[in-house]
Design a protein around this ligand. Structure first.
Ligand SMILES: NC(=O)c1ccc[n+]([C@@H]2O[C@H](COP(=O)([O-])OP(=O)(O)OC[C@H]3O[C@@H](n4cnc5c(N)ncnc54)[C@H](O)[C@@H]3O)[C@@H](O)[C@H]2O)c1
Length: 273
């Protein structure tokens, strides 16, 4: 039976949104269509829609929600929950990239999904190993530690850095700038540490997951190391991610992970946990 194309809308037309729009129009054109685009800076949505798909550019979120089956949120942590909540209230499926913005509201979104019938997708993003952690969590996980290392400039403009008067340009060796729970990390570094939120949702939660953030001069990549101790054994994962050419805060792997999740949604066969 031939299914109708999945109508996809993208909220946030920056580095990730732009890459995903291209993937939908090329790799998935037989199963999906880019039905709507919205950015707080409407110039960006019009630019990404281009002349060939001008009617896709939406002037506000509600306009986009009315046109789509699946909403991709690739905007900002402080608006991610509102986008997901409004979409799920209308029984739409939602794929969230700004995971730090929804993590503490996860229960509310899961309840909405159950009540209205929409689904919530959280790609692994910039980390690997979520498959093993989900499996280990079906038994008992005792400890999860994430160490994230990024070049100092990746933390430019972060309020925590400004408040604590950390001089990023003075950092000349690996320096731990934060150590604490994933809950605090997602509050203090909302645009930098989505991976901590994803890891927490897949494992033992925001309070119990421990996070260390290191500013590392000379580093050209974003590094994430995950250590897990569980009743099924230990897991150690290390990702050295190349950064997205349009946004040094974003790993290219995060974009590909969203594309892989779209594939999982659209294809009948799915490999991996
Ligand atoms: N899950 C992960 O592992 C992972 C990895 C990297 C980035 N991210 C997150 O994904 C999001 C997008 O990343 P990016 O690199 O594309 O960022 P970006 O800054 O390149 O683009 C974000 C876009 O969203 C728009 N925007 C901001 N607030 C908005 C709102 N309320 N409504 C609509 N549009 C809005 C901005 O104008 C901008 O065009 C960020 O929140 C980032 O932290 C997640």
């Amino acid at each position: 039976m031939k299914r109708s194309k999945l109508k996809i809308g993208i909220v946030g037309c920056g580095a990730i949104g732009t890459s995903l729009a291209k993937a939908i129009s090329t790799d998935f054109s037989d199963k999906a269509e880019l039905a709507s685009l919205y950015d707080a800076d409407v110039e960006k949505s019009f630019h990404l829609a281009g002349n060939s798909n001008r009617k896709a550019a939406a002037l506000n979120l509600e306009d986009l929600l009315n046109k789509v089956d699946l909403v991709i949120e690739s905007a900002k942590a402080d608006s991610a929950f509102e986008v997901a909540r409004k979409a799920m209230y209308l029984a739409k499926d939602v794929l969230v990239m700004s995971v730090g913005g929804i993590a503490e509201h996860y229960g509310e979104l899961a309840a909405l999904a159950k009540e209205k019938g929409g689904r919530l997708f959280v790609p692994s993003g910039a980390i690997c190993g979520i498959d093993g952690i989900k499996a280990a969590n079906c038994g008992k996980i005792n400890k999860v530690v994430l160490t994230t290392k990024k070049p100092p400039k990746a933390f430019l403009g972060v309020r925590y850095i400004l408040k604590n008067k950390i001089r990023l340009d003075n950092i000349d060796k690996d320096t731990v700038i934060f150590e604490g729970s994933a809950y605090s990390a997602t509050k203090l570094f909302p645009q930098n540490i989505n991976v901590a939120a994803t890891l927490s949702l897949a494992g033992i939660g925001l309070e119990k997951t421990l996070v260390r953030i290191v500013a590392s001069p000379g580093l050209k990549q974003n590094m994430h190391e995950i250590e897990v101790e569980s009743d099924s054994g230990t897991i150690f994962v290390r990702c050295a991610n190349l950064i997205h050419p349009s946004n040094p805060k974003t790993s290219y792997l995060a974009v590909l992970s969203a594309i892989a999740t779209l594939k999982k949604i659209l294809e009948p066969v799915s490999i991996g946990t």
